[in-house]
Design a protein around this ligand. Structure first.
Ligand code: FES
Length: 96
C-alpha cells in the first residue's frame, strides 16, 4: 500500500475487497471510503474544473471536495460513506 494516508495502527475487523479503476484493493471493516482509497492512492479523483486532482479537504462532510463515482453510477461523498465489499471506484485518472 502506498498512498496519501498511512495507517498508524492495525485496524481489527474483516478485510473488505473493493476496486479502484479496476485494480483490486482492500480496506478494513469500518473504514470510510476516503481512507480506503487514499491508503492506496494519492488522490480521489480528477478536478472537474481544471487540471489537477482532489483528495478531500475537511474530512467531515462539509467541503464537498471528496465526491467519488462508482461504476454503478452512484456518486458518494467519500468522507461520510463506509466502504462496502465490491465497491468499484472510478477516479478518472491513473494513480490519481
Ligand atoms: S472531505 Fe470535505 S466533504 Fe468530504
Amino acid at each position: 500500500m502506498s498512498g496519501l494516508f498511512h495507517r498508524l495502527a492495525t485496524r481489527p475487523g474483516a478485510a473488505i475487497p473493493f476496486t479502484i479503476d479496476g485494480m483490486s484493493a482492500e480496506a478494513r471493516a469500518g473504514d470510510l471510503l476516503i481512507a480506503a482509497i487514499l491508503l492506496h492512492r494519492h488522490s480521489l479523483r480528477r478536478f472537474e474544473f481544471g487540471s489537477g486532482e482532489r483528495a478531500g479537504y475537511c474530512l467531515m462532510g462539509a467541503c464537498q471536495d471528496c465526491w467519488v463515482t462508482l461504476a454503478d453510477g452512484r456518486r458518494l461523498r467519500a468522507c461520510t460513506t463506509p466502504v462496502e465489499p465490491g465497491m468499484a471506484v472510478i477516479t478518472g485518472g491513473g494513480d490519481a
